[in-house]
Design a protein around this ligand. Structure first.
Ligand SMILES: *Cc1c(COP(=O)(O)O)cnc(C)c1O
Length: 479
């Protein structure tokens, strides 16, 4: 006990000396006087670092006196200031193979859409000005005709995202009344979007029908009553029921609803304008097919399988879409001009389906033939060169990629990866180093290897990717 107290006392004395050795903020700022960074930012970093040392010393952590000297502090600060000067939001290389990757920005825009976005961003535009009449126009009219032509819908409206689209349509058609939904379709998408919660927010009352795995037409029929406003069908997106299951098709639901003078809504989630089963992907109803089945209003995302910017598309019968347009909530959920510019440009590509498939990155990546991905993997290995073999065990590996974005959940796409096994550092260190690189590289660790799935890496990114892979390793030597 006595010894412990003595130790503590000694520690306290050392601590006090260390605390006194922490330089003053102004002193450190003087060292950094030549730095080309805003003073506010530099000051913040200096304060933060000195505060960190104070905290560590007070917590009794081992701090070497040398760490508090100019020679140690300056490089650390320069590194931190450098990091602060970069944008937080920046491009990364997606080597996960997940095409519609929610955490990595979902869909990439085609070149034409980027050009169009840039053009309207730095210039005034006819966003809400009708160039024919010289009168006030509506931003929605800029894409409505295009959407109707492509899908066969009578009318269309675009909002901020699909969650907003669902909320807006429900609020318009069913606030204060009942909406009938199958129990098997009460899904949660990405944590914050749950059908029952969105329903509650819209002011509509949810009427669940059927069992979790099976819902029949008679279940809907029995639930229809005085208060019913709408029959809703929801795409189960990121999960799939298999085994003894059944759900009611759109056509049957439409016929039942018509008997009762009710509308049918379908939330398609990642609605596609192209039948991707032609390219070996699973069959999903296209937006056109759902509309042809007679569904009154369909909603889907702009940045999932459509491959455009974040947006929520609402297509359907004129009478319904017009009511949705007039909903005051629409103003709060409206689409911005950059999105609209990019969306129009992407939609125009769909006039020619093959052009859409080749030019829209999401569709191109989903339909890239496996041998082409393999050639890309071989190119990356060549670019890594002989030198890299000293640091990595490198293999080409046949693997599966995923579509992602709550689309075609269990669908695996045969792909190729460059698999790395670093000789000098651990896999988790490699993963961290690649995340911290410029550009950051995101891959995955599987079976004791770091996998770079080449499906989602563009040919133009290969050189930069090889550069990062070569640079991150040799500097590190700790296992
Ligand atoms: C993704 C998805 C949504 C949400 O769409 P966001 O564009 O992310 O707002 C809603 N419903 C379904 C079925 C989805 O798959």
């Amino acid at each position: 006990m006595a010894d412990d107290r003595k130790l503590t006392a000694k520690g306290q004395t050392a601590g006090k000396a260390l605390l006194r050795a922490i330089p003053k903020v102004d002193e450190v700022l003087a060292w950094l006087a030549g730095e080309k960074a805003p003073l506010l930012l530099v000051k913040g970093e200096v304060r933060r670092l000195l505060e960190e040392f104070r905290g560590r010393i007070l917590a009794g952590e081992v701090v070497e006196p040398g760490e508090l000297e100019r020679e140690s502090l300056l490089p650390l600060l320069r590194e931190r200031i450098g990091r602060r000067l970069r944008n937080n939001f920046r491009p990364v290389i997606n080597a996960t193979g997940v095409v519609v990757h929610t955490n990595l920005g979902r869909s990439l825009l085609p070149a034409g859409a980027m050009a169009q976005l840039t053009a309207v961003a730095g210039s005034y535009s006819n966003l809400e000005f009708d160039l024919t009449t010289g009168k006030r126009g509506s931003r929605y009219s800029l894409v409505e005709e295009l959407l109707c032509e492509l899908t066969g819908a009578e009318a269309a409206l675009v909002v901020n995202n699909n969650a907003a689209a669902v909320l807006l349509v429900l609020e318009t058609l069913a606030a204060g009344r009942e909406v009938i939904v199958s129990r098997g379709q009460l899904v949660e998408i990405g944590g914050s979007f749950r059908i029952p919660d969105v329903m509650a927010r819209s002011g509509a009352r949810l009427v669940e029908v059927g069992a979790t795995n099976r819902t029949h037409l008679r279940d809907y029929q029995q639930a229809i009553g005085e208060q019913t406003a709408l029959l809703l069908k929801v795409h189960t997106s990121n999960y799939r029921q298999i085994g003894f299951t059944s759900e009611v098709g759109a056509e049957e639901l439409v016929a039942l609803a018509a008997d009762h003078g009710l509308p049918v809504m379908e939330d398609l989630g990642s609605g596609s304008l192209v039948d991707l089963s032609r390219f070996g992907l699973a069959k999903e109803p296209t937006v056109q097919e759902v509309l042809r089945a007679g569904v009154d209003v369909v909603t889907f995302s702009g940045d999932k399988l459509l491959g455009g910017p974040q947006a929520g598309l609402i297509l359907g019968k004129r009478e319904i879409v017009d009511r949705v347009k007039k909903n005051p909530l629409n103003r709060a959920l409206r689409i911005d001009k950059f999105t609209l510019a990019a969306l129009e440009s992407v939609l125009r590509l769909y006039y020619d389906e093959e052009r859409a498939r080749v030019e829209i990155p999401t569709l191109r990546m989903l339909t890239t033939p496996t041998p082409e991905i393999r050639r890309r993997a071989q190119r990356l290995r060549r670019l890594l060169g002989q030198e890299a073999v000293e640091y990595y065990r490198i293999e080409l590996l046949a693997i599966d990629s995923r579509v992602g974005g709550g689309a075609l959940p269990e669908m695996a796409l045969p792909s190729w990866a460059v698999a790395l096994n670093p000789r000098t550092i651990s896999l988790s260190r490699l993963e961290r180093a690649l995340r911290a690189a410029t550009p950051p590289v995101i891959g995955r660790i599987e079976n004791e290897r770091f996998l770079l799935d080449l499906r989602t890496v563009a040919d133009q990114e290969l050189t930069a990717l090889a550069g990062v892979l070569r640079d991150v390793l040799p500097k590190e030597e700790v296992l």
